[in-house]
Design a protein around this ligand. Structure first.
Ligand code: PMP
Length: 405
């Protein structure tokens, strides 16, 4: 495999005030640090540019409305949506999935089936369990391959005439494994089912294009794409979104209200009740600009090179067990024999290396891997080879402290 060139993280790192100080930040899969351009955009939006959207008759509010809707257009372009009307601003992936479960899910009938996989994040499990309890549905669970990818053949075999929805992660937040979305979309559609993709860990690492992926719903969170917290995206195919009832009632989502009869605005407003996260949407658009200025294919190559180096370095330590496939997207989970991942994380922290240790909101996957928790290093566009070396040195120290080889 050819090694992709590294970006120049020293100059990129300087864009991120959160990276100041002598630490190796390897927890980007939990949340990404923010570039100054995003911070500035949010500060401007909360300061000199601030006003509400949609309702004001004065110029400042009209400008804010334009900026908010321009952010929607940026998102639509970024993800290859057919139209900005297909983009609903939500709090994050979790809210996007709950929206689909509560609104679209209302049409499901007892005995209908939803297919998930063993590696899903809790936010792509629990909303479906809640819906299944309400509507009498059956949840099917696709197994994983030996190397920790969703077993696509087995998943496809589980899609039958009763399957109404397939809901899978594009990239696993624990293993970094990448799904062939188009393949699953074709298989779901062949049985008349829809495909929801949890793109939380894909959007920061690879170009996403709704037309090419051919899925029906796609959700992601802004804070993992170097944007603010509290803002995320639900994309849904226009015809499907138009068929969905509101999920929350309030201002901004209506056409007319009377005590006799209320009518609802068309999408996306129908799904955005209340004053939206105006400054978050504007910050998200700035994050998209930033990521596009670096380039997603360059980011993908950079992170793949770092990942390979990390796998090699940790793979040389006998007591380290690596999880997930070799070509994972920016994420590496591992265990050190005989050492609890929390201890690994604490010892690394003493050396200024920040990783995540725990079940990563994927307890069914932990059960499948046969561990209570893993240690996880995850990479972003600002990481470099020094971060990899510090990680490997830190793990070597863990093995010395615990006397494992
Ligand atoms: N899905 C995946 C794969 C994730 O990694 C996460 C965040 N860890 C989520 C869903 C939930 O995202 P949020 O907490 O931003 O709603």
């Amino acid at each position: 495999m050819a090694t992709a060139p590294l970006l120049a993280p020293a100059s990129l790192r300087a864009d991120f005030p959160g990276l100041a100080g002598n630490w190796a930040y390897l927890d980007t899969a939990a949340t990404a640090q923010k570039p100054q351009a995003v911070i500035d955009a949010v500060v401007r939006a909360m300061g000199t540019d601030y006003a509400t959207v949609h309702r004001g008759v004065y110029a400042r509010s009209a400008e804010m409305t334009r900026a908010y809707e321009a952010a929607r257009q940026s998102v639509a372009r970024f993800m290859g949506a057919a139209s900005p009307e297909e983009v609903v601003f939500v709090r994050g992936a979790t809210e996007g999935i709950n929206l689909v479960a509560q609104s679209w899910g209302d049409r499901l009938q007892p005995g209908d089936r939803i297919l998930l996989s063993e590696l899903e994040h809790h936010s792509n499990i629990v909303p479906w369990q809640l819906l299944a309890e309400r509507r009498g549905l059956v949840l099917d669970v696709a197994p994983l391959t030996e190397d920790g990818r969703i077993d696509e053949d087995a998943a496809i075999a589980l899609i039958g005439p009763q399957t109404r929805l397939v809901a899978l992660a594009h990239v696993s937040n624990v293993l970094g494994s990448v799904l062939d979305v188009k393949r699953l979309a074709d298989a779901a559609h062949a049985e008349g089912a829809l495909l929801l993709v949890d793109g939380c860990q894909a959007a920061p690492h690879m170009a996403i294009d709704m037309a090419a992926l051919d899925c029906d719903f796609y959700v992601w969170s802004g804070h993992k794409l170097y944007g603010p917290t509290g803002i995320g995206v639900l994309w849904a195919r226009g015809s499907i979104l138009a068929s969905m009832p509101p999920w929350q009632g309030g201002g901004a989502m209506i056409e007319t209200v009377s005590f006799e009869r209320t009518t609802y605005a068309p999408p996306p407003q129908r799904f955005e009740a209340g004053t939206p996260h105006i400054t978050g949407a504007i910050g998200l658009a700035a994050a998209i600009d930033y990521v596009e200025s670096v380039g997603l294919s360059a980011i993908r190559g950079h992170e793949a090179t770092l990942l390979r180096a990390a796998r090699e370095a940790l793979g040389r330590i006998n007591s380290v067990r690596l999880f997930g496939p070799e070509n994972s997207a920016g994420i590496l989970s591992f265990a050190v024999d005989g050492v609890h991942p929390h201890d690994v994380g604490t010892i690394l922290d003493e050396a200024g290396v920040a990783i995540r240790a725990g079940h990563h909101c994927a307890q069914p996957l932990m059960a499948q891997l046969g561990v209570p928790a893993t240690a996880r290093a995850s990479f972003g566009l600002y990481n470099d080879m020094q971060d990899v070396e510090r990680l490997a040195d830190g793990i070597a120290r863990v093995t010395r402290i615990f006397g494992v080889k």
